[in-house]
Design a protein. Structure first.
Length: 266
């Protein structure tokens, strides 16, 4: 079985940026199939374009643009790429990074499929920062990564005490063709709107309104990376009522405009 050393990924690299204890790689996948292999360091894979099938010893994933995985140390897996252009973004962390911030990544087993829009929003910020790559980028990337791990690492007792409606809502809210209104969601879940509004941030890390806003912006982010639709088409496809509203929200989160982001990508 092949072992990939730090910074190594199968494919053609658009850009590889080395920060302190962190390597960020923007890669076009060129292999139709990559046989069983593992990587020296843990890393995130964020699919930007195309489709990919990935399987490890426990689970399999059908990845589409916006899919985000965290791979722990020496997690053996293989990949099959669908026909067509496929591009991925990787953030690789060495043991020193985890030691510096006393983060126990070893608590994870194998791969973890990360679906939270908060985590994906942070990964989008890391992508943008890696393209800027100035004297402040390392600090910004580290701060975002610390937020990522603080979001995904929860004490066991917190996970077991979640009421049943939380998991149901988590699945429901990721569906695109639904009415996101407070009344509709609370009615579907069988709980009072006030209770949902009050308790949402406790389990999701932000308000319901901001969570939905991030879902829309994450979708927009990946439509921008595909470079197939106009900004007007992306705006309305993601549920923003005009371009001004779309650009304002996008810039507030990512400190850049959609057009400038597109310019950084190619």
């Amino acid at each position: 079985m092949d072992k990939l050393e730090k910074g190594e990924f199968y494919g053609t690299h658009y850009k590889k940026s080395a920060f302190k204890n962190i390597i960020v790689t923007d890669t076009e996948y060129t292999h139709a199939k990559v046989d069983w292999h593992y990587h020296e360091n843990p890393y995130f894979t964020y699919l930007l374009q195309g489709k990919l099938f990935e399987s490890n010893k426990k689970e399999s994933y059908y990845l589409e643009p916006g899919s985000l995985l965290f791979h722990n140390w020496q997690d053996a897996h293989y990949n099959i790429k669908s026909p067509g252009y496929t591009r991925g973004f990787h953030v690789e962390l060495n043991e020193g990074w985890f030691a510096n911030f006393d983060i126990k990544a070893i608590a994870f087993e194998g791969s973890v499929n990360l679906r939270s829009p908060l985590v994906k929003n942070l990964m989008n910020k890391i992508f943008v920062e890696s393209k800027i790559n100035d004297q402040y980028s390392n600090l910004s990337i580290e701060a975002s990564l610390i937020e990522v791990f603080s979001t995904i690492v929860q004490p066991v007792e917190e996970k077991t005490k979640k009421p049943s409606w939380v998991n149901k809502l988590q699945e429901l809210i990721l569906e695109e063709e639904i009415d996101y209104s407070l009344n509709n969601l609370s009615s579907t879940l069988g709980i009072h709107p006030i209770h949902l509004s009050r308790e949402f941030s406790r389990y999701f890390g932000t308000s319901l309104g901001n969570y939905i806003r991030l879902l829309k912006l994450n979708k927009a982010f990946h439509l921008i990376t595909s470079n197939k639709l106009s900004m007007t088409e992306i705006c309305y496809q993601c549920g923003f009522y005009d371009q001004s509203h779309f650009i304002t929200n996008f810039k507030k989160i990512y400190n850049t405009t959609p057009k400038k982001l597109l310019g950084k990508m190619y």
